[in-house]
Design a protein around this ligand. Structure first.
Ligand SMILES: C[S@@+](CC[C@H](N)C(=O)[O-])C[C@H]1O[C@@H](n2cnc3c(N)ncnc32)[C@H](O)[C@@H]1O
Length: 356
């Protein structure tokens, strides 16, 4: 038996929860802590599910973390010392002193202190107890703390309250949580030169799929306007052909290493295009049409090249449309990864390499 907190895009929570069933575990109880965030009771251990998903990553579940201790919160200044004492007692012996750690907290209810205060108090308590090194950028171990209102069962409800604020605390390896970020919420700093919010999508995809672009590579950006992805690719040393009937941001257009083809991707394909190291496609079109387009573009990719495509998913029949699109892609490519990233809205990002 185990408890865990699972996080997904609220609009795709049904598909995320279906992935729990498909993993072959038995969900005994489930409580929604906020849209897209669920407290699950499983018949199996958290580690079993985490291990299964390490070899068969889910597409829609963004993050999981175990719950090994539930600490009631008074919503007062007394909480942080009480939480620190509970964490020291419960996790002081479990934390591996040789491995780095970090505390990741989320607050899903109103509290008189901030996430920063929770992280600092608990990190200090654990470091004092174990001397394990704190590393907030790339920790090996993560103490996850989810503060939320949970439903009380009628036996414990002495004051006619229906819910109680608690901290749900668990220790795991970062590699077991599906994301190195609390709730899978990977945030990037906004840069003044940023052209579009879509830039975050490409940055996150490159990080999640651990993609390194070839030095001075040649990249094709399909559906490039206003030019956010092209700007990211330029920042990564790529010469970019940007294909879009729409206009590019003047800053991107002025870059001499960007060639703008002001036509559709279909028209460009008919025009004997070059061969590329990298093809990216963020065109807003039916997922199956995007897949067909990428299928047609497969021969424009070098044998050691790679491609990234966002597949837009509609409100209805999303799973079957996605499956169809992936089948089309699988005819021309090896599918290395499919994830709904934090910066994806109604879409997933697919990482492809040529079939050998
Ligand atoms: C979501 S935007 C792309 C945003 C871009 N990735 C960025 O970072 O700025 C989608 C773009 O696809 C373009 N588009 C739509 N249909 C297209 C087609 N058939 N061929 C090429 N571009 C297309 C649209 O003009 C639009 O600029």
């Amino acid at each position: 038996m185990s408890q865990l907190v699972l996080t997904a895009n609220p609009d795709f929570a049904d598909l995320a929860l279906a992935e729990v069933d498909a993993a072959g575990v038995t969900s005994l109880a489930m409580e929604m802590l906020e849209p897209g965030v669920y407290l699950l009771d499983l018949a199996e251990a958290f580690w079993d599910l985490a291990e299964h998903w390490r070899s068969h990553p889910p597409m829609f579940v963004r993050h999981i973390c175990p719950v090994q201790r539930t600490v009631p919160l008074q919503k007062s200044d007394a909480d942080l010392p009480a939480l620190s004492a509970a964490v020291r007692a419960e996790f002081g012996d479990l934390l591996e002193p040789q491995l780095s750690f970090s505390v990741q907290s989320r607050t899903l209810c109103e509290l008189p202190y901030k996430r920063f205060d929770i992280n600092n108090s608990l990190a200090a308590a654990l470091h004092e107890a174990t001397a394990a090194p704190l590393d907030v950028r790339a920790p090996v171990q993560i103490l996850s703390v989810v503060c939320a209102e949970v439903a009380l069962d009628e036996h414990t409800d002495t004051h006619n309250n229906t819910s109680q604020a608690v901290a749900l605390v668990g220790l795991s390896l970062a590699s077991q949580n599906l994301s190195d970020w609390a709730g899978g919420m990977r945030r990037f700093a906004r840069e003044p030169e940023q052209v579009s919010r879509a830039e975050f999508k490409l940055l996150e995809a490159l990080e999640v799929f651990q993609i390194t672009l070839p030095p001075r590579g040649v990249a094709l950006d399909l559906g490039a306007a206003p030019g956010g992805w092209t700007r990211v690719l330029r920042g990564l040393d790529q010469y970019v052909t940007a294909v879009d009937p729409a206009e590019l941001d003047p800053r991107v257009k002025a870059d001499r290493s960007v060639r703008h083809k002001r036509i559709t991707a279909e028209a460009y394909l008919a025009d004997e295009p070059d061969t590329f190291d990298v093809i990216v496609n963020d065109i807003r079109m039916d997922a199956r049409d995007s897949a067909r387009l990428m299928h047609a573009y497969a021969r424009q990719l070098y044998a050691d090249g790679l491609a990234l495509v966002t597949l837009k998913l509609p409100g209805q029949n999303r799973q079957s449309i996605l499956n169809e699109a992936l089948q089309i892609l699988a005819h021309a490519y090896q599918i290395r990864g499919v994830r709904q990233l934090f910066h994806n809205r109604s879409e997933v990002t697919v990482y492809l390499v040529p079939k050998n």
